[in-house]
Design a protein around this ligand. Structure first.
Ligand SMILES: [Zn+2]
Length: 517
C-alpha cells in the first residue's frame, strides 16, 4: 500500500456560486472533474476572514487557541491595529508542522502567516501574500519563483493583473519544478486569485477577458490537475475555500445605528483619502467650504447638508464637491463601543467601560436586531459575543462582539449620517459566511468517506487531514470529527516542539523587515 498522502488545495474566497460560474466558463476544470467523486459541502466560517479561517482549518483549533482573530491585534481603546500578525503570532502547530514532527514532509504554498519569519519544517515552501518578502524554499524553487515573478513585473500593481501576479508566478514555478515536487506526504497549496479579484474587480473574474487573469486561472488549474492526476486514487484530496466572496448589493453603516443608540460618538473628518486619489484635486472655494463644514457639525442641519451632498456625489457624479468636506465618523476614544476598520467583523467595548461589558454587549446585539427590523434588511448572518464562541489561552484577546455579514451586504460604512442600509452598484465584492469544499478520498477507504461527510466546522479540516495521514490529533483539538464519524483517533502533544521551532524562527528572523499596517 502506498503511503497516505493528502492534497489540501485552497482557493481563497471561493463560494459555490462563483465556482459554478467559473466552471460554466470553462475554468477550474480540475475541480469540475473532482466534483463527481467527492463529498461536497460548505461550512459556516466565523468570522469569515482569511487569516483566522486558514489558521483554524490547518491547525484544528479555534482562534481562542491559535490567537489569530483578524489581520492584526486591535487596541480596544483606539480601534487601531498597530501591526499585522506574523507567523510567530500563530500559537498552534499546523498540519505541516505536525507532519514534520512525525518524520514526514510537506509542500506549503501561500498559507497565510506561514512564512514570515520562516518557522522551520521538513519540506518546501512558497511564501504567502502576508509575508513582507516573496521567497521560496529550497533554493531551486526560489530560483523558479523569482524568475516567474520577474517575468510578470510589468503586470501593473494597481490593476487586476497586479492582484494575481504572485499566484501566477507561484503556479508557474510549481509547474516548472513539478518533477521534484511529487514526493511529499502533505500538500497545502492555496491561491488568492478569486478573493483578490472579487473584492475590487468581480466582473474581471466572473467573465475573465484580461489575458493576465485567464493565464492565472489556467496556471492554477494546471497545478491542481497535475497533482490530482499524479496521485490518482492514492491521495486524499481536500479542495476548499476559507469563506465566500460575492458582489455587494448594499452597504451597511453599522456605526450609524450604534451612534443613534449613544454607543458611538462622532468626530468630524474630511472625506476619506480614496476619493482624493481617484479624482483630480478640486474643491469648493475655501469660504464656502468653511461654511459647509460648520453646518455639517450642527445636529439637524448637518444631516440635511450631508444628505444633499451625498446625493450630488452619488447621482450626479460630482465627486469633487466632497473634497475637504468633513463628515461625522466614529471617534473610538470617546465611544463606548469601538468599531475598528476596514470592515466591521469585530467590535470592542472601550476598556473604560469594561465594568459594564456584558450589559453593553447585550445592548449592541439588541441595537443591531432593531436596526435590521427597522430597515427590513437581515444584513447580519451571525453575531456572537467573542467569549461565548472562542475558547483557550487567547480568549482574552477575542473581540467582544464578532459579526459575519449576510450575503450581498458590505458592513463597511463609516459616515454616521449615512443611511444604515444603502443600495450600491455591485461593482465590488465582499466576504460571505459560507465556504465550499469537495473532498475525494483515496481508494478503498470507506472510513474516510464517513469522515469527509462529518466535516462541519473550520477545525474539522485539519482533523480530517491528520486522520487521513494516520497522524494523531493535537491534544487540544477543537474538532468533534472523530467522535461524529466514530473514528478511533489517537492524540499527541506537539506543543513543546512547536514552541522550540518558533523560538528558532524568532532568532533566525531577527533583522527581518517589520510588518506594519
Ligand atoms: Zn480569504
Amino acid at each position: 500500500m502506498a503511503k497516505p498522502r493528502v492534497l489540501f488545495l485552497g482557493l481563497d474566497g471561493l463560494s459555490w456560486s462563483v465556482y459554478r460560474r467559473l466552471r460554466g466558463r470553462g475554468f477550474l476544470r480540475s475541480l469540475a472533474a473532482l466534483e463527481p467523486r467527492a463529498v461536497t459541502g460548505s461550512v459556516d466560517m466565523f468570522p469569515p476572514l482569511t487569516p483566522p479561517m486558514w489558521t483554524s482549518m490547518t491547525s484544528g483549533v479555534n482562534p481562542g487557541k491559535h490567537g489569530i482573530y483578524n489581520f492584526g491585534p486591535v487596541d480596544p481603546s483606539t480601534g487601531r491595529r498597530p501591526r499585522l500578525y506574523n507567523a510567530l503570532d500563530v500559537d498552534a502547530p499546523r498540519i505541516h508542522d505536525i507532519v514534520s514532527y512525525r518524520g514526514g514532509s510537506s509542500l506549503v504554498v501561500n498559507l497565510p502567516l506561514s512564512s514570515w519569519p520562516p518557522i522551520p519544517f521538513r519540506g518546501a515552501l512558497v511564501s504567502d501574500w502576508l509575508s513582507p518578502k516573496d521567497y521560496a524554499r529550497p533554493d531551486w524553487l526560489d530560483k523558479s519563483f523569482r524568475r516567474e515573478l520577474e517575468e510578470r513585473r510589468e503586470w501593473s500593481r494597481e490593476g487586476p493583473c497586479g492582484k494575481v501576479a504572485r499566484d501566477a508566478a507561484a503556479a508557474a514555478a510549481l509547474l516548472d519544478r513539478i518533477d521534484k515536487l511529487l514526493d511529499y506526504d502533505y500538500y497545502f497549496i492555496m491561491f488568492s486569485v478569486v478573493d483578490a479579484l472579487m473584492h475590487k474587480h468581480p466582473d474581471e473574474l466572473l467573465d475573465p477577458r484580461e489575458p493576465c487573469i485567464r493565464e492565472t486561472l489556467e496556471l492554477v488549474d494546471d497545478v491542481f490537475k497535475t497533482l490530482i492526476e499524479a496521485f490518482r486514487g492514492e491521495a486524499t484530496i481536500i479542495a476548499a475555500s476559507d469563506h465566500g466572496n460575492e458582489p455587494v448589493r448594499y452597504r451597511v453603516t453599522i456605526p450609524r445605528a450604534l451612534y443613534e443608540a449613544g454607543l458611538v460618538k462622532p468626530r468630524y473628518e474630511p472625506l476619506e483619502r480614496r476619493l482624493r486619489r481617484d479624482r483630480k484635486v478640486r474643491s469648493l472655494p475655501s469660504p464656502v467650504l468653511a461654511v459647509v463644514n460648520a453646518l455639517v457639525e450642527m445636529p439637524l442641519l448637518g444631516r440635511a447638508v450631508i444628505g444633499v451632498g451625498r446625493r450630488l456625489v452619488r447621482r450626479r457624479g460630482l465627486f469633487w464637491i466632497a473634497q475637504g468636506v468633513k463628515r461625522p465618523v466614529p471617534d473610538p476614544e470617546n465611544s463606548i463601543v469601538v468599531t475598528p476598520l476596514p470592515w466591521y467583523y469585530d467590535f470592542y467595548v472601550n476598556p473604560r467601560y469594561s465594568a459594564e461589558r456584558e450589559k453593553i454587549i447585550a445592548r449592541v446585539v439588541e441595537v443591531l436586531e432593531e436596526a435590521m427590523k427597522s430597515t427590513g434588511h437581515r444584513f447580519i448572518h451571525r453575531v456572537e459575543p467573542g467569549r461565548h464562541v472562542f475558547h483557550g489561552p487567547h480568549e482574552g484577546e477575542a473581540p467582544d462582539i464578532v459579526l459575519s455579514p449576510a450575503e450581498g451586504y458590505d458592513l463597511g460604512g463609516l459616515n454616521l449620517q449615512a443611511p444604515i442600509v444603502e443600495r450600491v452598484d455591485g461593482s465590488w465584492g465582499n466576504h460571505t459566511p459560507y465556504n465550499m469544499h469537495m473532498i475525494a478520498v483515496e481508494d478503498g477507504r470507506p472510513d474516510l468517506v464517513e469522515a469527509a461527510k462529518a466535516v462541519r466546522e473550520p477545525w474539522d479540516y485539519a482533523a480530517f487531514a491528520l486522520y487521513a495521514l494516520g497522524i494523531p490529533q493535537p491534544g487540544d483539538s477543537d474538532s468533534g470529527l472523530c467522535s461524529r464519524a466514530r473514528l478511533r483517533c489517537a492524540t499527541a502533544n506537539y506543543r513543546s516542539r512547536y514552541m522550540l521551532a518558533k523560538r528558532l524562527a524568532a532568532r533566525l528572523g531577527r533583522g527581518a523587515p517589520r510588518q506594519s499596517s
